[in-house]
Design a binder for this molecule. Structure first.
Ligand code: FAD
Length: 466
């Protein structure tokens, strides 16, 4: 059977948050036609397979696509997010992206969407369920949002062996286990493991029944400083706190010590130095819950789970048939060599700012639409790796300062960044006369240039040492 042919300006591979945010900005700012292809059956990317109790770790107010709000901009009244702006759960995020596709993209008449379709490269994709195949003639560019695609426990086997008869489930399946276990062993140190521990405690599982296997200790961002709308002044103060610390720190360690002292960064165990930093956000209420878990195993990664013991890199701990082991140990987002984001026929979506995902990926769509040459586009946004350790935070923050400066030469882009709902600080003008905003603004003015200079110095000093 021969390929059916299609013509389009842009072929977007992946209908996850990155593909949707990029496509939305391009639709709004150009007359381009788009074809969106994804192997999953619905838009939303990894959210389609997310564990049932996951929520965004940042407020809904600045997640998703620029043209459509997510959530009602209300504050939670109960639970570990009480007082802070709402965080959409997986069902809401899935419904939202379906809505964006059905109500905005498809009715525009400029988008064709092919779910359940595998992209093979070179403009070709095939249906996963029929013999149908397509060859796309792409007038402008292929937008690849899959270069750094991560994995989630629901769709990836655990990175350790599991002997026959061992009860081991991916994070989401803990909501469906048929018999009550005596103990839970949560395996992983990232956001999925943290969410799982919090969820178990919220179900009144006694903390002594939970063992937490943490190969690394993580740093977390304090949700207090990641708030929109009425709470935006506090987030703005967070920027001032960071810049002051960046201007004055004498080493990477000193910078984090200063920011931790101000409550900007959190860690569950104050006695253990964090070696992992993925940029996830938690509340102090979650932190207090997690500190109830005292049975923490720090013997490296799990290698194998036997019926009677768990074998780790640096030791063994006992287990038994009455224990459920919960796999929260997926790799997460990929760290691959950075490559230019904009090329003649190709966009490779990668991070380039210290910012939440949707804002930066929508900005790439805006840059594609509003900036003339690929050379200028790449000058505006040299790619960076997803953050994984302390030093990455410094590099990403420095990249953001450089991007903000460079953006001022492109008024349409600067204006887009100011107006989009995805920019957490877009609404700060509404609070311009609040005393704490005036103080923070003074502080930002005082320290911004020194912070940029000192960050570059600390990065070089740190690289020379390691
Ligand atoms: C549990 C969890 C919670 C998170 N919460 C937040 C948050 O609150 N805020 C935030 O900013 N970030 C968050 N993140 C980070 C996350 O990176 C972004 O939220 C975002 O959803 C990632 O979207 P993406 O499009 O880059 O990747 P994905 O969601 O992985 O989408 C990539 C898509 O490409 C498709 N694809 C891949 N290869 C092919 C192929 N060959 N052919 C066809 N289709 C293909 C896949 O099917 C997939 O749908 C979270 C991540 C996780 C795992």
């Amino acid at each position: 059977m021969s390929d059916e042919t299609l013509e389009t300006d842009y072929l977007v591979v992946g209908a996850g948050a990155a593909g949707m945010a990029f496509a939305d900005a391009l639709l709004a700012l150009s007359n381009a036609t788009l074809t969106i292809v994804d192997r999953r059956h619905a838009p939303g990317g990894h959210w389609i397979d997310a564990y049932p109790f996951v929520r965004l770790h940042q407020p809904s107010a600045f997640y998703g696509v620029s043209s459509m709000p997510l959530g009602q901009d209300v504050r939670d009244l109960t639970g570990t997010n009480a007082g802070y702006y709402e965080l959409a759960g997986a069902d809401e995020v899935r419904a939202y992206f379906a809505h964006v596709m059905r109500r905005r993209f498809l009715p525009s008449g400029r988008v064709r969407y092919f779910p359940c379709s595998e992209y093979l490269g070179d403009g070709r994709f095939v249906s996963r369920y029929t013999q149908a195949s397509w060859k796309v003639s792409v007038r402008r560019k292929v937008v690849d949002t899959t270069y750094l695609e991560g994995t989630v426990p629901a769709t990836s086997a655990p990175p350790f062996e599991v002997a026959d008869g061992v009860r081991c489930v991916p994070a989401g399946d803990v909501t469906r286990i048929p018999e009550r276990p005596e103990r839970f062993v949560v395996i992983g140190a990232g956001k999925t493991a943290l969410d799982t521990c919090v969820w178990l405690l919220e179900q009144d599982v006694p903390a002594p029944s939970i063992r937490w296997i943490k190969p690394r200790e993580a740093r977390w961002l304090n949700r207090r400083f990641q708030q929109p709308l009425a709470l935006l002044p506090e987030s703005y103060r967070g920027t001032a706190i960071q810049l002051e610390a960046m201007a004055e720190a004498t080493s990477v360690e000193d910078l984090f010590a200063r920011l931790e002292a101000k409550g900007f960064f959190l860690r569950v165990d104050p006695g253990v130095a964090p070696t992992m930093f993925r940029g996830a956000v938690i509340s102090e209420a979650e932190l207090n819950l997690l500190r109830q878990i005292e049975d923490v195993v720090r013997l490296g990664h799990v290698v194998r789970i036997e019926r009677d013991e768990i074998v780790l890199d640096e030791g063994r701990v006992p287990t038994n048939d009455a224990t459920v082991h919960i796999h929260c140990a997926s790799r997460g987002l990929m760290r691959r060599p950075v490559r230019p984001i904009f090329e003649a026929r190709h966009v490779t979506v990668q991070p380039f700012l210290w910012a939440f995902a949707c804002y930066q990926f929508a900005m790439l769509g805006a840059i594609e639409a509003l900036v003339e040459s690929d050379e200028e586009k790449n000058r505006l946004c040299p790619p960076i790796a997803y953050w994984d350790a302390d030093r990455d935070y410094l590099c990403a923050f420095l990249a953001t300062l450089a991007n903000e400066r460079a953006r001022t030469a492109y008024p349409a882009l600067a204006n887009w960044a100011k107006e989009t709902r995805l920019n957490p600080f877009g609404g700060i003008g509404h609070h311009r006369d609040a005393a704490e905003v005036i103080d923070a603004r003074e502080c930002i003015k005082r320290y911004a240039a020194a912070a940029a200079g000192n960050l570059a110095h600390l990065i070089t000093k740190n690289a020379a040492r390691t």
